[in-house]
Design a protein around this ligand. Structure first.
Ligand SMILES: *[C@@H]1O[C@H](CO)[C@@H](O)[C@H](O)[C@H]1NC(C)=O
Ligand SMILES: *[C@@H]1O[C@H](CO)[C@@H](O)[C@H](O)[C@H]1NC(C)=O
Ligand SMILES: *[C@@H]1O[C@H](CO)[C@@H](O)[C@H](O)[C@H]1NC(C)=O
Ligand SMILES: *[C@@H]1O[C@H](CO)[C@@H](O)[C@H](O)[C@H]1NC(C)=O
Ligand SMILES: *[C@@H]1O[C@H](CO)[C@@H](O)[C@H](O)[C@H]1NC(C)=O
Ligand SMILES: *[C@@H]1O[C@H](CO)[C@@H](O)[C@H](O)[C@H]1NC(C)=O
Ligand SMILES: *[C@@H]1O[C@H](CO)[C@@H](O)[C@H](O)[C@H]1NC(C)=O
Length: 412
């Protein structure tokens, strides 16, 4: 029998079904996790961050806030894992996957291949991600965090490896291009992959007023605390040097960043103590705040519906809800277990039918924990979405120690 190209391809396809009956991944493809489409009110995204190939898991958010996993979308790059003692949180960062609802775009880091992948989507079908161009060099090593400008037409990335620093790109639905005079060094004594958490870069944040690019850096110890590196944005370029703003007295490990609403101030998760409030209004109201029983508060997000901040503690498997008053004084409102040993990491909020829901990657159980925020101090779990099952059904490698990131899109 003569082997035609078609029969060779057929044999190859058959060979990709292993004897155990599992289907091996078709690299470079979008895998359908569930083709049954319901009505979606939004979408939630995280990544597998696997060293053999990074995939975005894109889920529909239903009108009840619950997730329905739809697609695994290949980013065209590789995941990475910091030298962090072999635990989860391989990127030691916040903001590894982000969405702009101004430009309907999504950006994700590929820490293992030093690239950034940018996708655009139609807001009526936000799990249908279209890669813009090709993955682009992050301009350094071990990219771990990205941030869109308010209008979603500029994207800045943070490199946390041996060649570390920041860089910005012009982006739209057809193009991603580096911006001149935006590649700036952070000057960290780091390795590729990064070593941490102590001494590693945490998150990049483009201020909504378009005036600054801010990076949080974790301290090494109480005597060498963390700091913010703050660059000015001047006519689409970054100042040559950054200003160093140290953590407030008692603070140490600056991690996830959230802007404080209506104030010139930031609130940062701090796994050494709880959180830090950093005041930029010139009124010296910065404080480091102890959260009782905290073990590793690293991620933070804000709900406009409850007016409170939600902080994720990976060690205690707990979400702490904090209110910040007009004088920048923080108070714990309540806290919620995500379930024993769930090891929660990145988090994001979506507004669905006028109510906020919080989506948290419960990494150690390869789950997404969904809570409904029924009011201030009133959060309740409405779903624990298993990811390992749907991933293994399509043969997609997924590992509790690698999964990372969380971003949401709410339909207008
Ligand atoms: C994206 O930007 C490029 C360069 O400015 C421009 O030529 C192109 O038309 C833009 N595409 C869209 C969809 O706006
Ligand atoms: C950089 O870090 C390494 C490993 O901790 C250390 O041996 C070296 O002295 C550091 N270099 C500088 C310039 O601080
Ligand atoms: C920004 O660009 C404008 C127009 O090119 C120029 O007039 C202005 O001086 C620039 N500002 C700075 C700070 O370079
Ligand atoms: C700012 O506040 C801290 C702590 O409340 C205090 O120790 C410090 O002296 C103040 N600094 C200024 C410039 O007022
Ligand atoms: C938060 O949780 C801890 C541990 O369960 C508990 O001791 C503490 O009282 C809680 N704090 C609040 C304000 O709910
Ligand atoms: C968590 O573990 C504690 C102590 O082992 C146990 O008392 C508690 O019931 C567990 N909670 C859940 C939600 O499983
Ligand atoms: C997940 O990754 C860890 C660390 O690399 C490895 O020891 C473990 O075997 C992996 N688990 C699976 C299911 O692949």
């Amino acid at each position: 029998m003569k082997l035609t190209i078609a029969s060779v391809l057929l044999a190859f396809n058959l060979a990709s079904y292993s004897s155990a009956g599992t289907i091996l991944p078709r690299w470079g493809k979008t895998l359908e996790l569930n083709s049954c489409r319901g009505d979606a009110s939004g979408a939630a995204y995280f990544m597998t961050n696997e060293p053999t190939g990074n995939y975005i898991i894109a889920s529909d958010i239903g009108s009840d806030g619950k997730l329905n996993p739809r697609k695994a979308v290949y980013t065209g790059g590789l995941g990475g894992h910091a030298n962090n003692g072999g635990g989860g949180d391989g990127l030691v960062s916040q903001g590894s996957i982000v969405v702009s609802s101004a430009s309907n775009m999504l950006a994700v880091v590929n820490a293992g291949s030093n690239t950034i992948s940018v996708f655009s989507f139609d807001p009526s079908n936000p799990t249908d991600l279209r890669l813009v161009g090709a993955p682009i060099s992050s301009g350094g090593e071990f990219p771990t965090s990205v941030s869109f400008s308010k209008d979603g037409d500029m994207l800045c990335s943070l490199n946390g490896g041996e060649i570390n620093g920041v860089g910005c790109f012009k982006v739209n639905s057809t193009l991603i291009a580096p911006m001149t005079q935006t590649q700036r060094s952070l000057g960290l004594n780091q390795t590729t992959p990064a070593t941490g958490p102590p001494g590693s870069a945490s998150q990049i944040f483009v201020a909504p007023d378009g005036k600054n690019v801010v990076v949080s850096v974790k301290g090494m110890s109480t005597s060498a605390p963390g700091y913010l590196a703050v660059w000015d944005i001047i006519n689409g370029t970054l100042s040559k040097d950054f200003n160093t703003v140290p953590a407030p007295s008692g603070g140490q490990t600056l991690f996830g960043i959230a802007p404080i609403q209506g104030q010139q101030a930031l609130i940062l998760a701090d796994p050494a103590i709880g959180y830090d409030i950093m005041d930029f209004s010139g009124q010296n109201r910065s404080t480091a705040v102890q959260v009782d029983g905290q073990m590793a508060i690293c991620w933070i997000t804000y709900s406009s519906k409850t007016g409170n901040y939600y902080m994720i503690d990976a060690g205690a498997s707990r979400i702490t809800e904090v209110n910040v008053d007009n004088n920048l004084k923080g108070n714990t409102v309540n806290n919620y277990s995500t379930g024993n040993n769930t090891g929660p990491l990145d988090t994001a909020i979506a507004t669905i039918g006028g109510k906020d829901y919080i989506y948290t990657l419960a990494a150690r159980q390869t789950e997404v924990n969904v809570m409904s925020l029924d009011g201030p101090g009133q959060a309740q779990i409405v779903q624990k979405l298993d990811i390992a099952g749907p991933a293994s059904f399509v043969g997609l490698p997924i590992n509790a120690t690698n999964v990372q990131g969380m971003a949401t899109f709410s339909k207008p």
